[in-house]
Write a new protein. Sequence first.
Length: 155
Amino acid sequence: MSAPIAFNRLVPELNCSDFARSLAFYCETLGFARLYGRDDPAFACLEREGAQLMLEELADGPNGSWRTGAMERPFGRGINLQIETADLDALLRALTRAGWPLYREPETAWYRVGDRLEGQRQFLVQDPDGYLLRFCQDAGTRPIELADAGARTVR
């Protein structure tokens, strides 16, 4: 018997128009592991470096009633999913190998948190249905007075 899965307190569940394509993108390209899944409707719970999400085939039926409106591309408009990673460059190489375009090129952004700036290298990519994923890697902290004019600073 396998050990129970420790679920995060928040796990987004994404409807997919082509489940097999989305599963391949997340697992083969981005390196998520499939924790478990079902076939009808197609469903998978995925994890990568502690980040969890679920994919479900877009289908009619009981779960279809959870949709609040028509599903039109790009899915997930108005939200991006921030996913922290230890190696942003490895993800960028995997996306390049797969020929997958970025939505926003890598940048270092500095965000004001109290009396300091917290930085992260980040880029954005859309999954096969258009969900916006923001992968980031810690870039450290620094005092506000050291804000770099060459990096984007959000206050």
